[in-house]
Design a protein around this ligand. Structure first.
Ligand SMILES: Cc1cc2nc3c(=O)[nH]c(=O)nc-3n(C[C@H](O)[C@H](O)[C@H](O)COP(=O)(O)OP(=O)(O)OC[C@H]3O[C@@H](n4cnc5c(N)ncnc54)[C@H](O)[C@@H]3O)c2cc1C
Length: 540
């Protein structure tokens, strides 16, 4: 394989890097080059990757970067799939992969607080909780068991368990600053470890927030609140027959969230293409190259797989009595707008997925994928990380690893770009948003897969995965153009992203130069040599 030209690091610099982390934890050549690639199809030149094992080694790396004018780009597990994966924003950064720092530093079971290093994954925490029989939920995401908790929280990622807002659940963090000094909160400095862990805001200016979606430090550990396993958990699913029912469904979701508060986790609303991506293979042989599902084919597939115009799902958490009462609220609110409404406990979901495939006359086979999806959704609501959402990334490529093998959309060559606009929970605005996405994707001949996830009773975050063949340069270019058009059009309509990919950070900075001025000033003051993640969420 021929590698693109890369800025060579001098032998002395490579020796100095190896001297800090150990020669076996320095990678150059093809492995470094791969780090610069991503599911987005945009690549960066990466001259080297280092894997430090301690805060001391990180400090030494930062000091070296200052002395030699290097730029470093920290990642936790580097699986920011669809947003740039582990690739830096700019060429020629040394990637600092923190996956070796994977200790669960402490777990305070009395207060429900866990402190983790960057390399701790959802899967590791899940195993720890199981082994120690601790009654907490992992704050899972669709990205699956091998993704970090820390990197996801710093990106302000979210899931659908009760603590859906992952940065919101953080109470404290520690970081190495661009000059090599250490940051921790005033409460931490005062020696009040338990108060520091239990109380998010500390005392004085709230500074922990400076390290999320930023480039002002390398975070070495953080503490977050774990949601307790409820006495009872029930999933609910609802199906809205016609697209015209969207506005009423949005109104009913808002009322439900207002009525039920913390009893209901986030509610997800999915369009037909998004549901099909979970229950049926992409019919490649019936879609002309470079085109999308025709209206007729879409109608045929939705009818065959029993997919509604909008499919909704969420979880109810509480005591049995509370969940029972919540169920009747849901019936009253969502039952009004849905063609069907279903409640499902964990045991029933698993039974369904085991027994349906065995039904005779092909009936079971038809419903089996839906039943499996219901059972998988149940696991996510229970805070058990699974790979259930990852097949989405493979829907168009069809090149999935064998059943049960770990999925890695980046390594497996998937083409994926996430766009994540926030949409106020106002029925007419949601309609405008959906229309916009449909128009823009149709213009660029990309499939419109739409999910709306409630972040509160005021706002949805929507996620649009643009799926394409990474080996087809035309399709990759079309996907990037489509994303740019989505960002621009949504911006004009007021639907702004909660997070962006590394290749669109410049776009973000150009949109609101005034707003980025303070960020720029902070960056200049704290990192005058631009040694940490240059151009990441920064006007500079
Ligand atoms: C099918 C699918 C479903 C997905 N579902 C979800 C979902 O439900 N919710 C969601 O949020 N995301 C989702 N994702 C997106 C993404 O894969 C996850 O957010 C993932 O957790 C991010 O990767 P990571 O944990 O390895 O973080 P990293 O890639 O390690 O970190 C993300 C970024 O944060 C910064 N960073 C990381 N660690 C540090 C540090 N220690 N110090 C300073 N900066 C740091 C870096 O700039 C890095 O690029 C999904 C992706 C796919 C393909």
């Amino acid at each position: 394989m021929s590698l693109p030209s890369s800025t060579e690091l001098s032998t002395q610099t490579l020796e100095a890097l190896a001297g800090i982390v150990g020669p076996q934890w320095l990678r150059t050549g093809e492995e470094a080059w791969k780090r610069g690639t991503s599911t987005t199809s945009v690549s960066r030149r990466v001259p080297a990757v280092v894997f430090p094992a301690s805060t001391r080694e990180i400090v030494a790396l930062v000091e070296l970067a200052n002395a030699r004018g290097l730029a470093l780009y920290p990642v936790s597990t580097g699986r920011n799939w669809g947003y740039g994966c582990g690739a830096p924003v700019r060429d020629d950064c040394v990637v600092v992969d923190l996956s070796r720092m994977n200790r669960i530093v402490s777990l305070d079971a009395e207060l429900g607080l866990v402190t983790v290093q960057p390399g701790v994954t959802q899967g590791m925490l899940s195993q720890y909780l199981r082994e120690h029989q601790l009654p907490f939920l992992v704050p899972v995401t669709g990205a699956g068991p091998d993704c970090s908790l820390l990197g996801n929280a710093l990106e302000r990622g979210y899931g659908i368990t009760p603590h859906a807002d992952h940065f919101g659940a953080i109470t404290r963090l520690e970081a190495v600053l661009p000059d090599g000094s250490l940051y921790r909160s005033a409460h931490g400095d005062l020696g009040g470890q338990r108060v520091d862990q239990a109380f998010k805001w500390g005392v004085g200016p709230y500074l922990d927030g400076l390290f999320s979606q930023s480039n002002l430090g390398i975070v070495t550990e953080l503490t977050f609140v774990l949601a307790r396993k409820p006495e009872h958990l029930e999933a609910f699913f609802f199906w809205v027959r016609d697209d015209a029912g969207l506005e009423d469904a949005v109104g009913a979701i808002r009322e439900t969230l207002r009525d039920l508060g913390g009893v209901v986790g986030a509610i997800n609303l999915l369009n037909p293409q998004r549901v099909l991506s979970m229950v049926a293979p992409y019919p490649r042989d019936r879609v002309p190259r470079g085109d999308v599902l025709s209206a007729e084919l879409l109608a045929e597939l939705t009818s065959r797989h029993g997919v509604a115009a909008w499919t909704g799902t969420g979880g109810l958490y509480g005591t049995r009595e509370v969940v029972r009462a919540a169920r009747s609220t849901i019936r009253r609110r969502l039952g009004r707008v849905a063609r069907r409404l279903m409640f499902l406990g964990a045991d029933r979901a698993r039974l369904l997925s085991q027994w349906l495939p065995r039904l005779p006359l092909g009936f079971g086979a038809k419903l089996a994928p839906q039943a499996r999806t219901l059972s998988n959704v149940m696991s996510v609501l229970e805070g058990v990380p699974t790979q259930m959402a990852l097949p989405l990334a493979y829907w168009k490529s069809g090149r999935r690893p064998p059943e049960g093998a770990p999925m890695n959309p980046h390594a497996d060559g998937c083409g994926l770009l996430w766009t994540s606009p926030l949409v106020p929970m106002v029925p007419e605005l949601v309609r405008t948003y959906v229309r916009t996405v449909r128009e823009v994707t149709a213009r660029h001949r990309m499939e419109p897969l739409i999910t709306l996830t409630s972040l509160s009773d005021r706002c949805f975050d929507s996620s649009i995965p643009l799926l394409f063949d990474r080996e087809d340069p035309d399709e990759a270019a079309r996907a990037l153009a489509c994303q740019q058009a989505l960002l621009d059009t949504c911006r004009r309509e007021g639907f702004l992203p909660y997070r962006v990919g590394t290749h669109t950070m410049r776009w973000l900075a150009e949109q609101a130069p005034q707003a980025w001025r303070l960020t720029e000033n902070l960056k200049r003051a704290l990192d005058p040599r631009q040694v940490l993640a240059p151009e990441r969420y920064s006007g500079l």
